[in-house]
Design a binder for this molecule. Structure first.
Ligand SMILES: [Zn+2]
Length: 307
């Protein structure tokens, strides 16, 4: 497989004008993206965390597609997937209707959190917590959050949160001969997530509905419906899946995410913490695990009381 390294990404050529832009661990993109030639025009799937990484993504798109991208699609509203939107002015940005709504509802608060003084304060607090971390894994997780905050601080004053200006509910066919589909199966990782599927080559860009090697956050979504969404994804019979975080995978990656979600739900429902499958316990993000179990416990309690 051909690989190209840029400052923020490793670009993997998946063949036929399809590229996975995998976030480098030392870069400021944080999430994976996709660059796909649509036949007429090209699409960028997810725009990454910072203006610097988004500019890198844009020039990578120009290089591998041989032209400027003609549209962007955003899998969900989280900042590491959508804050780079600001570097793609003048072209349509597609996302789910609900993702746009939540971005607009929370934008003032988000922008306050992205102010230089606030980022400096947060970084100071994170640094002071570092010596209290009980394990090497916890230090690593904290360092990852620190990296994200430092990346944002490096761009403070230039950050703008631009919501998708083109929205849909369940499915939209992207222009061009490729026949690419942008599809939402509803709530899972967030209030409304979307995937991009290329039916001829059976390549699927999953956003954070699939995270591998790093624990996904569950607190904005619906953990039980997420499992249904994974079944819907499997029904498309994808041969290659580009996750939101982690390496390119196959349907086996869906099974790993199922193991994670059912493990967290089981741990949340058990009186004494049930254990996650061994392979998943090694995933980065032990701080997310505590939060996920806490969220799932509240979610299950609310869900049961409604039955
Ligand atoms: Zn996310």
């Amino acid at each position: 497989m051909t690989e190209t390294k840029t400052a923020h990404y490793t670009i993997e050529d998946l063949g036929n004008g399809i590229h996975a832009a995998l976030a480098r661990p030392d870069g400021f993109a944080v999430c994976n993206s996709g660059l796909v030639d649509l036949g007429e025009g090209g699409v960028v799937f997810d725009t990454g965390l910072t203006p610097d990484s988004a500019r890198d993504l844009k020039s990578s798109a120009e290089l591998v597609l041989g032209r400027s991208p003609s549209l962007c699609v955003i899998s969900h509203r989280h900042l590491d997937h959508a804050l780079g939107n600001s570097e793609f002015p003048g072209i349509p940005i597609w996302g789910t209707r609900r993702a746009r709504e939540v971005i607009l509802e929370t934008r003032d608060q988000t922008m306050a959190e992205l102010k230089r003084e606030q980022l400096e304060k947060d970084i100071g607090e994170l640094e002071s917590r570092r010596p209290e971390m009980k394990s090497e894994a916890a230090v690593k997780d904290l360092d990852f959050i620190l990296l994200m905050n430092r990346a944002l601080l490096a761009s403070a004053g230039r950050l703008q949160l631009i919501p998708p200006d083109q929205t849909f509910e369940t499915r939209v066919s992207l222009p061009g001969r490729r026949g690419a589909e942008f599809v939402s199966f509803g709530s899972g990782h967030t209030e409304a997530d979307a995937i991009m599927f290329l039916p001829q080559e059976k390549v699927l860009f999953a956003g954070d509905l699939v995270c591998l090697g790093i624990q996904p956050s569950m607190g904005n979504g619906d953990p039980e419906h997420w499992l249904t969404v994974l079944d819907e994804i499997e029904r498309l019979r994808p041969e290659q899946i580009v996750p939101g975080h982690g390496p390119v995978t196959t349907v086996e990656g869906l099974e790993e995410v199922r193991g994670y979600l059912t493990g967290v739900l089981r741990a949340a429902g058990a009186s004494k913490g049930a254990k996650l499958p061994a392979a998943i316990r090694r995933w980065e993000g032990t701080l997310s695990l505590e939060e996920n179990v806490k969220f799932a416990r509240g979610w299950l309690a609310a869900h049961r009381s409604r039955r």
